[in-house]
Design a protein around this ligand. Structure first.
Ligand code: CP
Ligand code: NVA
Length: 314
């Protein structure tokens, strides 16, 4: 059946099928190629998007703003200092108002329930630009980047080293399970993904023929990896946990030795960024020949543009 995403929100990749994700990745490849050729379109002409940010952002904000703006749309950036969201006015009421003025809404913030309430009451597509629980638009870029390097997602293995229970790890586990990519999390026990999420993803993975492995031992996890992925040890909003995390996660730093331990000279290094160099990854790996992090950052824009085209245009 043909994929039709018109009018859909993206709150978590759990709501998207394998075919829908692959459709977005194919479209992202096409808009990336257009941009490289200098093909200019005005697909969002006459449209507006509200970009709501409770947390800081470089890539996500810039990806939404430039992808929408260069296609003739009008993005409006609103930080929590600018609007009443949840303060004085309920999220539901703000959603109703924004839905009357904008064609779409992006939200980055703390509580997943906020983005869900926006989607429920706005009546326009709402995109999750990161919450404490999920970061689905990131994973579209991660999968596009992996597929660009390996040619296929099926049967490849991403090994995620670090804080295995954060928004990026959780979303990546869902995305991989959907598209048939094996996903290994290597993290100390207290920072492994919660068993419910793992079980849920194992069920999804069983249908796509991939597997999910959770371990505390890098030497078990790394051999055979096609990509080694990490994220910051302390996510936004968790700053108080900083010193505890440094201790817990020091053995899980991605170093040149860790890349060698894959036994795969073609293995790539991925990071959603921003990175704290010297914590979760060394400079040598960030700047080394296996690193694909700048492609990955660029692909945020192409995948986000693809998502907006697919959900906003008839
Ligand atoms: N990867 C990512 O979401 O980056 P920003 O926090 O800069 O948006
Ligand atoms: N896990 C990180 C991702 C940043 C893009 C955070 O939530 O801060």
């Amino acid at each position: 059946m043909a994929v039709n995403l018109h009018g859909r929100s993206l709150l978590t990749l759990k709501h998207y099928t394998r075919d829908e994700i692959l459709y977005l990745l194919d479209l992202a490849d096409r808009v990336k190629a257009e941009r490289r050729r200098g093909d200019v379109h005005q697909r969002f002409r006459g449209k507006t998007i509200a970009l709501l940010f409770e947390k800081l952002s470089t890539r996500t904000r810039c990806a939404f703003e430039t992808a929408f703006g260069e296609e003739g749309g009008h993005p409006v950036f609103l930080s929590s200092n600018d609007i009443h969201l949840g303060v004085k006015e309920t999220v539901e009421d703000t959603a109703r108002v924004l839905g009357r003025m904008f064609d779409a809404i992006e939200f980055r913030g703390f509580d997943q329930r906020t983005v869900e309430a926006l989607a429920q009451y706005a009546g326009v597509p709402v995109y999750n630009g990161l919450t404490d629980l999920y970061h689905p638009t990131q994973v579209l870029a991660d999968l596009q980047t992996l597929r660009e390097t390996t040619g296929t997602l099926i049967g490849k293995t991403i090994t995620y080293m670090g804080d295995g229970r954060n928004n990026v790890a959780r979303s990546l586990m869902i995305g991989c399970a959907r598209v048939g990519t094996n996903f290994t999390v290597v993290a100390p026990e207290s920072l492994q993904p919660d068993p419910e999420s793992v079980d849920e993803c194992r069920e999804i993975a069983a249908k796509s023929g991939s597997g999910i492995v959770v371990t505390a031992a890098p030497e078990e996890a790394l051999p055979g990896s096609d990509a080694v992925y990490t994220d910051v040890w302390v996510s936004m909003g968790e700053e108080k946990k900083s010193s505890e995390r440094m201790q817990l996660l020091a053995p899980y730093r991605v170093t040149a030795d860790a890349m060698r331990a894959t036994g795969n000279p073609q293995a790539v290094f991925l990071h959603c960024l921003p990175a704290v160099r010297g914590n979760e990854v060394t400079d040598e790996v960030m700047d080394g020949p296996q690193s694909r992090i700048w492609d990955q950052a660029e692909n945020r824009k192409h995948t986000i543009k693809a998502l907006m085209i697919a959900t906003l245009l008839a």
